[in-house]
Design a protein around this ligand. Structure first.
Ligand SMILES: Cc1ncc(COP(=O)(O)O)c(C=O)c1O
Length: 401
């Protein structure tokens, strides 16, 4: 039985989890007087690199700037194309544009909601000649950006095969995917360039924050230079040098720096990561069990190559009726105090990407229109979880029948 909205507090869609241990780290940073690009940045970078199994990690102000640094370090820019999904937060494509390159979109797999390797291959063969020149624009295809959407690992082996076939690198937008595991390897440990977000909507957070991981020393070095105004010698290296050291500026860089305050929060958050992911998985499995019994809605079927999904978000999909029924379901949940968010809007339909508006990406559009997200985070009590399940069940009964 659903209680009325007046009787219970509304349930937020997402909540970051802090356990108070962050405060000691913050205090130490403040007392040190070194609050940005100091030693704690390097400590946080090592924590992330060790956790994901990457040789290098570069902390930045957010995931969008981490991806931008990746493109700059790979020398991808004007006259280049990057193939990516349209079913992603717009930042995935924006970072490509910020670097001066152009995103070209491929459709997603309808089951996993991740960019589909077969659709990617087809797009390459249709839009590019044998030298990977775009037949319409003359741009050169330089990389494929896969997105581990809502933390679900994308099929990296298939993309490794594509990378080999066409001789182009794979870059991973892992904004949502810290703690997810692809076929036994943590996301970030593939050897590809990979960018993480520590925005509060993610599994762990530094307020704002991002991290670029990679296995290439040159990329790591170049990304660090672009991160701090193009400075050839970092503040820390200059400070630690035994003789007088001056920097120079060979490239026009950016201020994409993370602060040591954020990095210290990040170090504390990593200590909570495993338990946060475990709790999310338990909630996700309760939702899966309950919702698989509701006709009219659909849950995600995980393929075998996914060793662990961190459940960064939990999606509910209406099997038919598209946006109209989806919106009615959302309105029902909101009325009962359960916050929701619509499925990710396709990038290619946004005015900022108007040149791509006419593209045919049927899975992208249908997943976006038929899905919405419901609350999932460790602070949800068992009675909250059961309440949410109840509300979804009643919404399906009333709206879908
Ligand atoms: C798939 C994806 N890529 C990139 C981003 C951008 O991350 P940030 O806000 O840290 O720049 C997000 C954020 O929601 C995202 O979901």
């Amino acid at each position: 039985m659903i209680s009325s909205n007046k009787q219970r507090k509304s349930i937020a869609l997402a909540k970051p989890l802090f356990d108070g241990s962050e405060l000691e780290g913050i205090q130490k940073v403040l007392e040190s007087g070194w609050v940005t690009q100091g030693p704690v940045i390097g400590q946080f970078e090592k924590v992330v690199a060790d956790y994901v199994g990457a040789p290098f990690a570069v902390a930045s102000s957010n995931c969008t700037t981490a991806m931008h640094l990746g493109w700059l370090a790979m020398n991808i820019g004007k006259g280049d194309d990057v193939l990516c999904p349209s079913y992603s937060f717009i930042a995935s494509a924006n970072a490509v544009r910020h670097a001066g390159a152009e995103p070209v979109f491929a459709d997603i797999d309808a089951e996993t909601w991740n960019i589909d390797a077969e659709a990617t291959r087809k797009t390459i063969l249709e839009k590019y000649d044998s030298k990977l020149k775009n037949k319409a624009t003359g741009n050169t295809l330089k990389a494929v950006l896969v997105v581990h959407q809502i933390g679900i690992p994308c099929d990296l082996d298939k993309f490794a095969a594509l990378s080999k076939e066409f001789g182009i690198p794979i870059v991973e937008d892992a904004a949502c995917a810290i703690g997810s595991i692809y076929d036994g390897t943590k996301i970030g440990g593939s050897g590809n360039l990979c960018a993480f977000s520590f925005h509060p909507r993610k599994v762990i957070t530094t307020g704002e924050g991002g991290m670029l991981t990679c296995s290439n020393a040159e990329i790591d070095k170049t990304a660090r230079v672009y991160r701090a105004h193009g400075m050839s010698v970092s503040d820390l290296a200059r400070h630690q040098a035994s003789n007088l050291t001056f920097e120079n500026y060979d490239v026009v860089g950016y201020n994409f720096r993370m602060t040591d305050i954020q990095a210290s929060i990040g170090i504390s958050q990593f200590k909570l990561l495993e338990s946060i992911v475990e709790k999310r998985i338990k909630i996700g499995q309760q939702y899966n069990d309950a919702f698989s019994k509701i006709t009219g809605i659909k849950t995600i079927n995980l393929p075998d190559y996914i060793s662990r999904w961190n459940y960064q978000s939990y999606p509910v999909t209406v099997k038919s009726g598209g946006a109209e029924l989806r919106n009615k379901m959302m309105a029902f949940l909101e009325k009962e105090g359960v916050s929701t968010r619509r499925g990710i809007p396709p990038i290619h339909l946004e005015p900022a990407y108007r040149a791509h508006n006419g593209e045919h990406l049927p899975n992208t559009v249908s997943v976006s229109e038929s899905s919405f997200f419901i609350p999932i985070y460790p602070q949800l009590e068992q009675d909250d979880i059961e309440y949410i399940i109840d509300v979804v069940r009643n919404a399906a009964k009333e709206v879908i029948g």
